[in-house]
Design a protein around this ligand. Structure first.
Ligand code: NAP
Length: 344
């Protein structure tokens, strides 16, 4: 795929031979067909607005500390429809099936219970992930399993159909009973609001039919979320997966989602490994007796941001899931966030 974004996006990832590659602004999408309007801030029926915390421990509204939902290690977050999601997700990259199976098994051994699987990693890798989950001996109820649909090129007339067909494929690929905990739309349709409405209608139908417990989006900026929210009877997304980390700390990403009661899940939470070079991160990690990766992840969860991270190393995965005891001070949080495009 050459390009999957809209012109206003600040930084994007594109798919290269090694998986997602971070790129600067890409201007290949079409502007949405319908002028964007800001809807009144509203939450789904019975929803609780998750707290965004830039400081203090990660135990505010919506965020529970380690193990409280019976989902393995690590904190959980209560989403806007009441479903509890483990905040730390293992997210396989475009590995071959063997690496994919082994890395997923390592993640489960380390304590990850949220397995976020992307359509983009391919059938072989996705099937290997399911095999690893089946072989783990863990009950299905102990896991939170997510799939994605990626069809940003769909047109207003076929977005519903292609989303539904790809979604059914994800259900078949990742589950034995046609259900998933979360289904995520990865990228809005470049056909604007009409396309996005078609994409979202398919996910809402699967949600209402009970095939998925949570419907979610990725790379949806304010104007894309508005396309969904302008329909008063729409079920709003519970999660928006975005590029957010200590090296890319644009807090407007959090603010725009908070307005809709949506939990942000950070992809590339370690900047694909790049943020681990930061001297500031090293010095704060040393002070806490933790690794730079642990502190970079804790910086996210302490703000109420969930993470989708990749690793093939059991040792790294064990570290990555063991972050709940870290308590970053206000000063630590501010310093770590100041390398982003907008200071905290
Ligand atoms: N929705 C989207 O548009 C989108 C865009 C980009 C990426 N993604 C997804 O986000 C997920 C993660 O992205 P990512 O791979 O770019 O980035 P990442 O999770 O930020 O970084 C992964 C890198 O960090 C290293 N790492 C992990 N834990 C470590 C530790 N404790 N110490 C040292 N190094 C550690 C890994 O190496 P080792 O293997 O050696 O541990 C790997 O090289 C992937 O599944 C990707 O598909 C989604």
């Amino acid at each position: 795929m050459e390009c999957a974004t809209l012109p206003h996006q600040k930084s994007v990832h594109v798919l290269g031979s090694q998986g997602w590659v971070s790129r600067g602004k890409v201007s290949c999408g079409r502007a949405p067909a319908v002028p964007y309007q800001t809807p009144p801030a509203r939450l789904p029926h019975g929803a609780r607005r998750p707290a965004l915390r830039a400081d203090g421990p990660a135990c505010g509204a919506g965020v529970a500390s380690s193990g409280s939902a019976g989902h393995g290690s690590g904190p959980t977050v209560t989403l806007n429809n009441g479903v509890k999601m483990p905040m730390l997700a293992f997210a396989a990259n475009m590995y071959g099936p063997d690496v994919c199976r082994r890395a997923t098994a390592h993640a489960l051994t380390a304590g990850f219970r949220n397995i976020w699987s992307s359509e983009i990693i391919g059938d072989g890798c996705q099937r290997a992930q399911r095999e690893a989950m089946d072989a783990s001996g863990l009950a299905r109820s102990e896991l939170f399993v997510a799939g994605t649909v990626m069809n940003p090129q769909c047109t207003a007339s076929d977005c519903y159909q292609t989303t539904m067909s790809q979604a059914r494929n994800q259900l078949e690929m990742l589950s034995s009973d046609n259900t998933l905990d979360m289904l995520m739309l990865d990228y809005p349709s470049s056909a604007g609001c009409d396309g996005i409405e078609g994409q979202w209608k398919a996910l809402e139908e699967l949600y209402r039919a009970g095939n998925v417990r949570v419907i979610a989006v990725s790379n949806f900026r304010d104007e894309h979320l508005t396309c969904i929210a302008r329909n008063n009877s729409a079920t709003l997304p519970a999660v928006n997966q975005m590029n957010y980390n200590t090296g890319n700390a644009d807090r407007s990403v959090l603010q725009s989602n908070e307005k809709f009661g949506i939990t942000v899940q950070a992809y590339s939470p370690l900047g694909s490994g790049g943020v681990l070079q930061s001297p500031k991160l090293h010095s704060i990690a040393k002070k806490h007796g933790k690794t730079p990766a642990q502190v970079a992840l804790r910086w996210l969860t302490q703000q109420g941001v969930a993470v989708a991270l990749a690793s093939t190393s059991l040792e790294h995965l064990k570290q990555d899931v063991d972050i709940s005891s870290i308590n970053l001070s206000k000063e630590d949080m501010r310093e770590l966030g100041s390398s982003g495009s907008e200071p905290m």
